[in-house]
Design a protein around this ligand. Structure first.
Ligand SMILES: Cc1cc2nc3c(=O)[nH]c(=O)nc-3n(C[C@H](O)[C@H](O)[C@H](O)COP(=O)(O)OP(=O)(O)OC[C@H]3O[C@@H](n4cnc5c(N)ncnc54)[C@H](O)[C@@H]3O)c2cc1C
Ligand code: SF4
Length: 434
């Protein structure tokens, strides 16, 4: 299924931020685990991996068993091991934190076990006996992949419809390459597909190429996993200049093809969330001398993770707090300072040199795509669903960013997996729209 990737794509200059453990390092780290009863790390993981169990298995040399435990809960355990913000999830809740002892490096141990599974081609799952039921999934990102894999284990026929030519969603096109490169994401998709019977149709756009009526006629249930839309823009003069781009769009290009940034010595990233911080670190890693984050709030008010911002500062990121762009020119961003109420301060205008400007001020929500699906409720652009992913229309489920508004890969995996379980219960009962 892998689409060939350009071997010269810009992301290849990046190296792993958290390199792999050796067997010896993994054994030592796993032996520090207290194997807590009622372990808080399990509750902090959206996919509720049995963390003490897989760590104990690593400690006793049963690496295959450790990988099985991880994948049983989270079939995208390889990418999650690399991309999860563990500092605010499992590792953040490790009881060692309360005892002034370094927390167990759960993500790195998970990576050790899942990498071993990939390297050794261990296969843990097979498709269930064919049920004759069919499910259509929109989008080939983490949410749909997790749902599709679970649906195949139940024996249902699965077809994924993907707008892009490349599969894997933002794991392939968006995640910072010092965590996960596009080739690793595609390898993971191939690994998921090894269960057999998952058809992926790429370069199709729902509902343009296939209407909802056609999809509902073809499938017994649908899963909406279409994620978020394009970068949002600020209405600032100069926004159409060629060196002004959306951050997610720029990152996708960096992960897909070579980039010539030889004329860029200064860059500015507008925003203060995780995408802004990633973009700053990526531009620095691509060799740009000076990268300034321009954020309208204060350091304490930024939505980007503290640990990621700390890394950016170590890498010499610059920042202008309480600042708003007024105009983009060919080689600068003209800005104004803001007061505590985010109002411009008269006479405070100044310029930040920038031959490249990236906007990281959010992404559009795609809820409008389902407006013809009567009964599916959209609020604030997000598809509204119950805890099991079911929407207001019988036979339609949703999960991942299109439902939660943009969280993490592991949330998308959990929502996709749980929706599949709910879809199976519906189909087993003979479910079909009325
Ligand atoms: C720049 C960036 C960096 C990130 N970094 C991290 C990170 O380090 N760690 C982390 O855990 N999370 C990270 N995230 C968030 C994470 O990538 C998402 O939460 C996750 O990918 C959501 O999965 P999903 O399947 O819901 O959506 P997506 O991954 O967005 O996949 C949705 C898929 O649907 C397709 N699609 C959209 N519209 C249609 C249509 N009309 N028809 C057919 N297909 C369609 C899209 O092309 C896409 O492939 C990051 C996000 C961004 C933007
Ligand atoms: S999937 Fe993510 S949050 Fe869950 S245990 Fe693994 S690294 Fe931690």
């Amino acid at each position: 299924m892998s689409t060939p990737l350009d071997p010269l794509r810009a992301e290849t200059v990046f190296h792993d931020a958290k390199p792999a453990y050796s067997l010896q390092e993994a054994r030592v780290e796993s032996n520090r685990c207290l194997y807590c009863y009622d372990a808080p790390c399990i509750k902090a993981c959206p996919t509720e991996i049995n963390i003490p169990e897989f760590i104990r298995k690593i400690g006793t040399g049963n690496i295959e068993g450790a990988a099985r435990t991880i994948f049983e809960s989270n079939v995208l355990g390889m990418s999650c091991a690399r991309v999860c913000p563990v500092e605010v999830l499992c590792v953040g809740d490790c009881v060692h934190n309360e005892q002034d002892v370094p927390p167990i490096q759960i993500g790195r141990l998970q990576r050790f076990a899942t990498d071993a599974a990939f390297d050794s081609s261990w296969q843990f799952f097979e498709a269930g006996p064919e049920t004759g039921k069919s499910v259509g999934l929109i989008g080939a990102g983490p949410a749909s992949l997790a749902a599709a894999h679970r649906l195949r284990r139940f024996g249902h026929k699965v077809t994924i419809y993907e707008r892009a030519a490349v599969v894997g969603g933002l794991n392939t096109t968006g995640v910072a390459p010092y965590k996960l490169r596009a080739d690793d994401s595609l390898a993971e998709v191939d690994w998921v597909l090894k269960i057999g019977g998952i058809e992926i149709v790429t370069s199709v756009e729902i509902p343009k190429t296939h209407t909802w009526a056609q999809l509902e006629a073809k499938h017994d249930a649908l899963f909406l996993g279409f994620g978020l839309g394009p970068d949002s823009w600020l209405d600032v003069p100069g926004k159409s200049l060629p060196h002004v781009s959306g951050a997610v769009d720029f990152i996708a290009q960096m992960k897909a093809k070579p980039l010539d940034l030889s004329r860029v010595t200064h860059a500015a990233v507008i925003g203060g969330g995780n995408t802004a911080v990633d973009a700053v670190r990526e531009l620095l890693g691509l060799g740009i001398d000076s990268v300034t984050m321009v954020y309208r709030g204060t350091e304490g008010g930024m939505s980007g993770y503290e640990h990621e911002w700390a890394h950016a500062k170590e890498e010499s990121a610059r920042v202008s707090w309480q600042t708003q762009p007024l105009e983009y020119t060919t080689d600068s961003v003209r800005c104004t300072r803001l007061d505590a109420n985010k109002r411009p301060i008269a006479g405070s205008e100044f310029s930040i040199p920038a031959q490249l400007v990236l906007l990281a001020v959010g992404q559009a929500k795609l809820g409008d795509l389902v407006r013809e699906l009567e009964g599916v409720v959209v609020e604030g652009g997000k598809v509204v669903a119950e805890a099991d992913g079911s929407t207001g229309r019988v036979g339609v489920w949703a999960g991942g960013d299109c439902r939660n508004g943009g969280k993490e890969v592991v949330n998308a995996v959990a929502e996709g997996r749980d929706a599949a379980i709910s879809i199976d219960a519906f189909l087993v009962k003979g479910g079909r729209r009325g």
